[in-house]
Structure formats: C-alpha cells, structure tokens
Write a protein that binds this ligand. Structure first.
Ligand SMILES: Cc1ncc(COP(=O)(O)O)c(C=O)c1O
Length: 378
C-alpha cells in the first residue's frame, strides 16, 4: 500500500484532512505557464479522464462545485417552480438548497432503520402529481439501493438524481451508480475523497443533456461556436458561471493518478475500525449491505447515549470528532417543508458521531482512536 505523508501525532488527530496529490503543484505550474488558466484544454482532459476511470455510462461535465452540479441536475431533470423533489432529510444542506433556488419544494424522506441513507419504502408514499425527481445521497459513501430506486422512478416517470459528494466509487450488484441514475453529481471540495480544493462533476446520460449542461455552466452561451469566432451568438436561456478552471482541473488530473491508492488506504483504515469496534455490534452506520461496494468517506458511530461523553473524552486525547451533517428540517430555510415527523431520524439524532478518516492517518492512529472509543463507551 502506498504511504502518503503522515500527520504529526503530537498535533492531534483531525477528523478530516485534504488529500493533496503529489503532482498537484507541478501540474498547476504547467497550467500557469500557458495561455489557459480559466476553462481550457485541461478541463476537457479532466472530463475525459474522469469518464474513463470512473463513469460506467454517461458524459462528464466539470463545474466549480458539487452544489453547482446539483443545481444543473435539477434544472435538466425538469424541476421548476412548485415541482416537488423527493430528497434526503439527512444530508449536507447543499443537496437540498438548489431545490430552493428553483422555487421548487423539497419533500424530505426519513433515513432507513439500518443506515443513514433514505428509507426507500417511503418514496412511493410521497409521490404526487407534482413530483418530478427523486434525489438521494450515498451517505458517508454507502450506495443506496439504486435498483429499487430505478424501478420506482421508471414506474412513475421520475428522474433519479444521485448525490455522490461523499464517494466516487459506489457500486450496486457490480454496476457503478452511473449505470442506474439519470444524473450523478460529485464534489471535489477540500476534504472530500478526491479534492481539487473546490470543484464538482455532473454526469448526464443523453447528448442533449450534455450540450445543455455545457451551455448552462457558461451563461447559456454555446462556447464551442463562440470560439470559432462567430459573433452571432444568441443566448436563449439564463445560464450560470459554473465552469471549472484549468488550474482546478490540473489538481483533478493529479488526484485521478492517486485515486486507487486513496481508495485502498481509506478502505484499509475503515476495516481496522470495523474489526476493532466489532464488539459494539451496529456501531458503524456505513456498514455495507450485500451487493454494495464503496470507499467510505465517513465513519459514523451510534454512541448509544454517550455522544457528549465520547466527544469530550476524545477531545482530551486530542482526537477530533463531530456530527458533520445535521437533519435539514431543523434549518429555518427548510421550515416550510418540515411538517411531518421522521421517527428513524429522531431515534439516531442524539447519538451519531463521526470519527477521523483520511489518508494522513496510519493504522496505528485508528487503533489508538478505537482504544479510546472503547474506554469511553464500555
Ligand atoms: C452530500 C453533499 N452534497 C453536496 C455537497 C456540495 O458539494 P460542494 O461543497 O462541492 O458544493 C456536499 C459537500 O460539500 C455534500 O456533503
């Protein structure tokens, strides 16, 4: 296993840490010595390489963040004012905020009983004549049951959007998420499994969505025709300034080179957590079910009433822990859409806690963290 530079344990153990690939500086310098530092050939190259390495089916469109990718996905899915989007209650607010950009209605879905992903059994009960799309997040990296979601979306003519901000490699029954979903989005924000500092990728299935996405990320302008020097470029739709730059793409290309090692390291550390904390049974909320394969981004424990005590104990030992994300119905911006109860979320709300997982950790760090968890929870 490739060893990445390790943090100094005297500095304590941070919960998340950026993985800056070793060639990032070199590739950025190369870009800085060229004419293109904004969106140029490196963005195209990054999209091509990302498609080759990650995507099973679809076209890659690089943007400046995962949130921008989600905004474009909702637009392409046909979400407009008053449309309803079935979406996760428990996720980063970034999954659901773009629904509000469009004056559409987020319809929250409870988490399941066994993971932090949505309860798929709820989805059909939430569909109305206004429902346009179902959006799910692969929480902590754990793949949803895309097969069931696809069946439901096909039955009701809905678009399936998967927010893969937490994971790059999510498989169900041997197929990558891009085999199942209409739109998949990725985030390359600072502390994600694969980072470009900030950045995102939108995967679409049809050529027309691909062309539309590329126009929408650039003010609504057809950039390819504009670059031919044709001045008569009408803009018929309001687009955004969401494009990725070549500087960002250079880091992305360096990240892709190290991705296999990143996956391997994260999986290995996660397995140590699993074996060291086995005695606590269902402590790890991102436990894989049969048919799923993924690289974890978060390790989440069910502290069973001892969250504060555990957090304080770990803090004394210089080990960071946090909740990271919060149920979205507690935010004022979502108050109008939070009219019902979510029993599964209620049960876990005061108990979940995220432990450190990143490539700066060594197996010894994880063993030390687990020892401290055991002391505090026993
Ligand atoms: C689940 C989820 N969706 C979307 C996003 C948004 O990604 P970005 O920060 O790249 O806009 C994030 C994280 O930031 C996230 O955790």
């Amino acid at each position: 296993m490739k060893e990445f530079p390790v943090m100094d344990p005297r500095e304590g153990i941070p919960i998340l840490y950026p993985h800056v690939p070793s060639n990032a500086g070199k590739y950025i310098e190369e870009v800085l010595s060229t004419r293109w530092i904004g969106q140029g050939p490196k963005v195209n190259q990054f999209e091509d390489e990302f498609s080759k390495k990650i995507v099973e089916n679809g076209y890659s469109v690089a943007v400046n963040s995962g949130t921008s990718a989600l905004h474009l996905a909702y637009i392409l899915a046909g979400v407009t004012e008053a449309s309803e989007v079935i979406c996760p209650l428990f996720t980063c607010t970034a999954t659901n905020i773009p629904i509000l950009y469009l004056d559409a209605v987020p319809v929250f879905t409870d988490i399941s009983k066994s993971s932090l992903n949505i309860d798929i059994d709820e989805v059909e009960t939430l569909i109305t004549s206004k429902t346009v799309a179902v959006c799910v997040v692969d929480y902590g990296g754990l793949p949803n049951d895309y097969i069931r979601l696809r069946e439901i979306c096909d039955k009701y003519g809905l678009r399936l959007i998967v927010d893969c901000a937490h994971a790059v490699d999510t498989y169900r029954n041997g197929h990558h998420v891009t085999h199942y979903a209409d739109y998949v989005i990725y985030s390359f924000q600072a502390i994600k499994t694969m980072t470009t500092g900030d950045g995102g990728m939108l995967i679409v299935k049809s050529l027309s969505d691909y062309e539309n996405a590329k126009r929408l990320r650039w003010f609504g302008i057809d950039r390819a025709s504009k670059q031919k020097g044709v001045w008569k470029n009408d803009v018929t739709e309001v687009g955004f300034k969401y494009q990725m730059t070549d500087i960002t793409a250079a880091i992305g290309l360096a990240s892709l080179e190290e991705l296999n090692e990143i996956f391997q390291k994260r999986r290995c550390l996660y397995q140590i957590y699993q074996s060291c904390l086995e005695e606590f049974g269902d402590l790890l909320l991102e436990k894989s079910d049969s048919g799923s394969d993924f690289t974890p981004w978060l390790v989440t424990l069910n502290t069973k009433g001892k969250r504060l005590a555990l957090m304080n104990h770990l803090r004394e030992k210089n080990i960071e822990s946090a909740q990271v994300h919060y149920r979205n119905d507690q935010y004022t911006i979502f108050q109008d859409y939070a009219q019902r109860s979510f029993p599964n979320m209620d049960k876990i709300e005061d108990h979940y806690l995220v432990l450190p997982l990143h490539t700066k950790l060594k197996p010894e760090h994880v063993e030390r963290i687990c020892d401290e968890v055991k002391k505090a929870l026993r």
